[in-house]
Write a protein that binds this ligand. Structure first.
Ligand SMILES: Nc1ncnc2c1ncn2[C@@H]1O[C@H](COP(=O)(O)OP(=O)(O)O)[C@@H](O)[C@H]1O
Ligand SMILES: [Mg+2]
Length: 412
């Protein structure tokens, strides 16, 4: 199906059914958005995101180099979801498969409707038909299907549907959506090409983050046959079928995946000061998350791995997610986002400490947070590794490798 238009539907805060908000249309290399008159004239409505989508009549065009407005892209499939849809279109993935082979609207209109945040995309402005992809595949079957897809093999229609359901969740790693007692959870898989136990490492970091008192999505590592799966509770759903609008830090910083390497924590702190509920509390939480990422060696902490809920006027930081220690062959590494205003991104606790004022903290407060987080990881590491069943060899590699690497304690 090729189309040059998709309709954007939105769950207004607290509502169980979506309403149509406007039209997304291919516009050269980008996609422009126009609010529907019916939406503008509703008694209750909210801007999908500001400043990029103000509630006005007429065509809202993003920068011509953007694929679409950031808040729209945040709701769409990313690398993993796009690869699943590619495989569905062309039968299977090959060495030549490229996510540019299909257009954004195809990805938006063919991915599952149970997507991140409060938006969905439909071919019609009048009738809402969710793409639910019901399935009863077990975790092991989903995992095997993800392996087959990545290996360029064909999938049965049932398993293809099961994977399509999870295309509504962004990110690059293989994943699926599963049901647990009426609640959906994100299931994150290991990949056949992994060189270290990614799922266990993420499980350990998420567990320690919770122990350290960070606001983090609850998660657990479960076995599926011989493999591990990380199940993460979703935080973007409310009571009675309602959905919470969410945008990434990339969108808050008015950046795109193309120029996302300019994203910095210091700029994000400015957004928090200006536009967030509870700015001081949030700055402290953000500082703690940065320090924690340094301690556990999560250097994939890019601007799509931070997000906030959007209520139409203010932002509220979401719980933390995707805290995944990364293996390293060298000692000192860099965080994905700069920690201070000078652009320093070295993964050192001293860099965090000296940036305290950016996060509205005194040097003593920053030092206390750092010491407490180091202590929680040092003392909690063994139990956390046992909890996820990490063997001795991987313990030796992870502790002192990604987690608590000696280089994080270097000082100038
Ligand atoms: N617990 C959660 N609740 C709601 N949305 C989530 C949650 N965890 C992740 N997300 C969303 O799903 C996206 C992909 O998840 P993530 O864990 O980052 O996967 P990946 O490791 O592939 O990057 C995130 O960028 C975020 O938008
Ligand atoms: Mg991610």
């Amino acid at each position: 199906m090729t189309s040059d238009t998709a309709y954007v539907w939105v769950w207004l805060p607290g509502e169980s059914e979506p309403v149509v908000a406007g039209r997304l249309r291919k516009d050269g290399n980008t996609h422009s958005f126009t609010y529907g008159i019916s939406y503008l004239e509703r008694e209750t409505h909210f801007p999908l995101y500001l400043p990029e989508l103000p509630l006005i009549r007429g065509v809202l065009r993003p920068d011509a180099t953007w694929e679409a407005h950031g808040s729209i892209l945040d709701a769409g499939p990313d690398y993993w979801g796009r690869r699943v849809i590619l495989a569905q279109h062309f039968g299977r993935l090959t060495g030549e498969s490229d996510t540019d082979d299909l257009g954004l609207l195809t990805y938006l209109l063919e991915s599952g409707s149970d997507r991140i945040g409060a938006l969905d995309f439909q071919a019609s402005p009048d009738e809402y038909v969710p793409r639910t992809f019901e399935h009863h595949a077990s975790l092991s079957e989903l995992l095997a299907a993800a392996d087959r897809l990545q290996a360029g093999e064909l999938l049965t229609p049932v398993l293809a549907d099961a994977l399509l359901r999870g295309t509504s969740i962004g990110g690059a790693r293989p994943k699926a959506l599963i049901d647990d007692d009426g609640h959906t959870q994100i299931a994150k898989f290991s990949s056949t090409t992994d060189t270290y136990p990614v799922v266990k490492a993420e499980g350990i970091a998420m567990h320690l983050a919770a122990q350290a008192g960070l606001d983090v999505a609850p998660s657990r590592v479960v076995a599926a046959g011989e493999r591990d799966v990380l199940l993460v509770d979703r935080f973007d759903r409310g009571d009675g079928g309602s959905r919470k609008m969410m945008v990434s830090a990339l969108t808050m910083l008015a950046l795109t995946p193309m120029n996302g390497h300019y994203a910095s924590y210091a700029d994000f702190a400015d957004v928090i000061r200006a536009r967030f509920t509870k700015p001081d509390h949030t700055l402290r939480e953000l500082f703690s998350r940065i320090v924690f990422n340094v301690i556990v060696g999560n250097i994939d902490d890019h601007a799509r791995n931070h997000a906030a809920f959007w209520d139409g006027s203010l932002l509220t930081l979401t719980p933390a997610y995707d805290i995944c220690p990364q293996p390293r062959s060298v000692g000192e590494v860099n965080q994905a986002m700069a920690i201070n205003r000078a652009g320093d991104r070295r993964s050192r606790l001293q860099v965090c400490e000296l940036a305290a004022d950016v996060y509205h903290l005194t040097p003593t407060e920053a030092r206390t947070i750092i010491d407490e987080l180091v202590s929680v990881v040092e003392t909690g590491w063994d139990d956390a590794a046992t909890l996820v069943g990490l063997d001795d060899l991987d313990r030796a590699r992870l502790r002192g490798g990604a987690i608590l690497n000696p280089s994080i304690f270097y000082r100038d």
